[in-house]
Unconditional design. Structure first.
Ligand SMILES: [Zn+2]
Length: 458
């Protein structure tokens, strides 16, 4: 096998085949992963002063990797190292392993958590991203002839473009509608009514906003005929009650996907049509769920943070990139027959978005899960944490639906939340539609305690 792999761009399985490549997806991948990993490490070592310095300092080199287990001896890579390397060696950093002139696409992060990161993707890498995404979209049931509506930003954001590359490679019809322009959602609903997409991609909260907009137009989202909805950018599609809501709203299946933009092909965390949690497509990106302090892999069944390693990336390969996400992994088989491990509960938070209130560890996704399971939930909520007289105060501002009795809803919401998170929250009920909807990733938690501690708040 040569590296980097070259795929036959004209290949496509027969449409009733559940697998893009059965031997790889259902076989023992250990040997092929190890071969690819050795080649990927050797490549990065030869092409990138960044990796060579980092690994020399840690006493490892491609020569010291003999088995897959040896990968855990390699130091992890944190996002701030990427930003620092790009600041010192702009614009792509010393981990760009191709000539800048060979960069075929420039993408980036929004930079909401610091200096934006610049992605330089080579043309061959882009082809492989399309290939990988086609294979994974195939597993969730998309076929040539499907009409796939993409409702996320066409900007520097990788999500939309990566989805587009996969849809095109698979041979389905791409309908790159976009998002983020004033009035666009209403237009999107009208286009969807007329164009009848059979598949839909966005963030989970945007899909629900899209459905609300459709209903206001007198259009039942189920009448649009969408069979498959796939998502990235937020954990929602992996939260059972959110998934149920999306599936009941649209009458199609809800597929959870997504690792990190840096890790494109980002669909290598991706569910199959059985929706048993995201498979880790290990022969494309090798993923280990690790202890968030030692970064050693945790056993199957345990929780940690996914650490990702590219296996076929030549432009900006990521070797042991720490996601900071939180997930549990398992090697229990999925009914689809694929041998990849899975994240059965998806990615349900960030290592650092957990907050502690009165000694309890609380995840925003747990609050969302509890609320979405209550009939009469109005669809949106906010969590506001503050400190009142030296005590943590947890306020959940929550919408109730028009037809429900607010007092009855409040009672059940308080009980369910307390059972789920172990803390009794204060509730503030607001009518459905009061809280702003997002076209992108929802930010639902406001922690005011730092302000209080700095004395800027009464
Ligand atoms: Zn499966």
């Amino acid at each position: 096998m040569s590296w980097p792999p070259q795929y036959d761009g004209s290949y496509r399985p027969s449409r009733d085949d559940p697998y893009w490549s059965r031997e790889i997806e259902c076989g023992d991948q250990t040997d092929s992963i190890l071969r690819k990993l050795k080649s990927q490490l050797k490549y990065a070592w030869e092409k990138s002063p960044f990796y060579r310095r980092k690994w020399e300092a840690a006493g490892v080199s491609p020569e010291t990797l003999r088995t897959l287990d040896d990968l855990a001896r390699f130091p992890v890579l944190q996002k701030n190292e990427l930003r620092a390397s790009q600041a010192a060696s702009p614009p792509f950093g010393e981990y760009l392993c191709i000539e800048p002139a060979q960069v075929a696409r420039i993408h980036g992060t929004s930079g909401t958590t610091g200096r934006p990161t610049v992605f330089g993707v080579g043309a061959d890498d882009w082809k492989r991203i399309g290939e990988a995404h086609a294979r994974i979209l195939w597993a969730c049931g998309i076929r040539p002839g499907d009409r796939v509506m993409i409702c996320s930003f066409f900007s520097l954001y990788m999500g939309s473009w990566g989805a587009l590359a996969g849809i095109e490679r698979l041979g389905a019809t791409a309908f790159p509608f976009g998002a983020g322009v004033a009035g666009q959602t209403l237009m999107g609903v009208q286009w969807a009514r007329d164009l009848k997409p059979t598949a839909f991609y966005s963030t989970p909260s945007y899909a629900l906003h899209f459905a609300d907009t459709a209903r206001k137009e007198g259009i039942d989202p189920r009448s649009l005929g969408i069979r498959i909805l796939f998502f990235s950018g937020e954990p929602g599609a992996g939260i059972p009650s959110t998934r149920k809501q999306i599936e009941e709203t649209f009458g199609g299946i809800c597929i959870d996907m997504g690792s990190m933009a840096e890790m494109s092909p980002w669909m290598t965390n991706g569910e199959c049509s059985h929706r048993t949690g995201m498979h880790l497509w290990q022969d494309i990106v090798y993923t280990q769920v690790c202890d968030p302090k030692t970064f050693q892999p945790v056993p199957f069944g345990a929780e940690g943070t996914p650490v990702y390693t590219h296996l076929e990336r030549t432009s900006q390969p990521m070797i042991r990139l720490v996601s900071g996400d939180r997930a549990m992994w398992t090697d229990e088989r999925c009914p689809c027959g694929r041998t990849y491990p899975r994240l059965p509960k998806g990615i349900y938070g960030r290592i650092d978005d957990m907050f502690i209130v009165r000694g309890e560890n609380i995840y925003p996704s747990a609050i969302e899960e509890a609320l979405r399971a209550i009939p009469g939930f109005g669809g949106e909520f906010r969590v506001i944490i503050s400190r009142l007289q030296a005590m943590d105060d947890l306020l959940v501002r929550v919408e109730y639906a028009k037809q429900v009795d607010p007092a009855a809803f409040e009672k059940i919401a308080r009980e369910r939340l307390q059972a789920k998170i172990g803390v009794r929250p204060r509730l503030e009920l607001v009518p459905e539609g009061s809280l702003p909807r997002t076209e992108f990733k929802a930010r639902r938690v406001i922690d005011d305690r730092d302000l209080y501690q700095k004395g800027t708040k009464p």
